[in-house]
Write a protein that binds this ligand. Structure first.
Ligand code: ZN
Length: 248
């Protein structure tokens, strides 16, 4: 196991923050298409939709079946227990409560510090694993107003982790300027309609953890903000792309 040394051979290694959602599944495909060695990390933080973590195995199986060359590059899958985030926060993602707008216009699904902690922990893991690149699905274009998804926040984090760990990590956010329809298009570019189908069926988005009800855009309650965002993106993607029409 590498202990923080990033030699030339490992310069092409990446760690993907992989929750099991649409965005991170697309990021995983993006990374597999670019880097020779790709590992993943997911975080268990007491989220109501912890079912998303269970979706990862099916997504990985599907990705490797889809592209044997991607299978070669796929390395370890890590899960970190950060239950302290759930214990600290009082939000609709970590407690049984209605989703609503809070003070300052931020929804109460915002978990303060969550993504900041995720990136720092991912960097600590990447340090140990000798991986230079960190890939995360944060998006500023079509999001819920979370300040820890902003480009400036992530750029500042890259500087902070590089200073604080004396490394040269590169933090990639391929979805930063893509809306949800563009994220479906990116999946199609990366792996064709088969990848779109895989992500549609096996990634999880719904904040409430609902996977009992099928919609043309995937499983979910259909009414929470995350489902609505995903449904809207799918509708726009499908309307714009004949190959994106529900099929198979
Ligand atoms: Zn939902």
């Amino acid at each position: 196991m590498a202990q923080g040394g990033i030699d030339e051979a490992e310069d092409n290694g990446a760690l993907v923050l992989f929750s099991g959602g649409q965005d991170s599944a697309t990021c995983l495909a993006w990374a597999l298409a670019r880097f020779s060695r790709v590992e993943t990390v997911g975080f268990a933080y007491g989220q109501r939709h912890a079912v998303e973590l269970d979706c990862r195995a099916d997504l990985v199986r599907g990705l490797t079946a889809l592209r044997p060359d991607w299978a070669l590059g796929l390395g370890e899958a890590h899960t970190l227990d950060v239950g302290v985030i759930g214990a600290l926060s009082d939000t609709a993602l970590t407690r049984e409560r209605e989703i609503e707008l809070g003070e300052g216009g931020l929804p109460n699904t915002f978990v303060p510090g969550r993504n900041l902690i995720f990136v720092v922990l991912a960097a600590a893991l990447a340090y140990r694993r000798g991986l230079k690149h960190i890939v995360a699905g944060m998006c500023e274009t079509d999001y819920s107003g979370y300040p820890d998804c902003r480009d400036d926040t992530l750029k500042a984090l890259q500087v902070a982790i590089n200073l604080g760990m004396d490394r040269r990590f590169v933090l990639h956010t391929p979805l930063m300027w893509r809306d949800k329809a563009a994220t479906w298009r990116l999946a199609q570019e990366l792996g064709g309609v088969d990848l779109v189908k895989l992500i549609r069926e096996h990634s999880h988005t719904c904040y409430l953890g609902e996977r009992g009800q099928w919609h043309e855009w995937g499983y979910g309650c259909g009414t929470c903000p995350a489902c609505r965002l995903r449904a809207d993106g799918w509708t726009r993607y499908a309307a714009a792309s004949s190959t994106g029409e529900p099929a198979a």
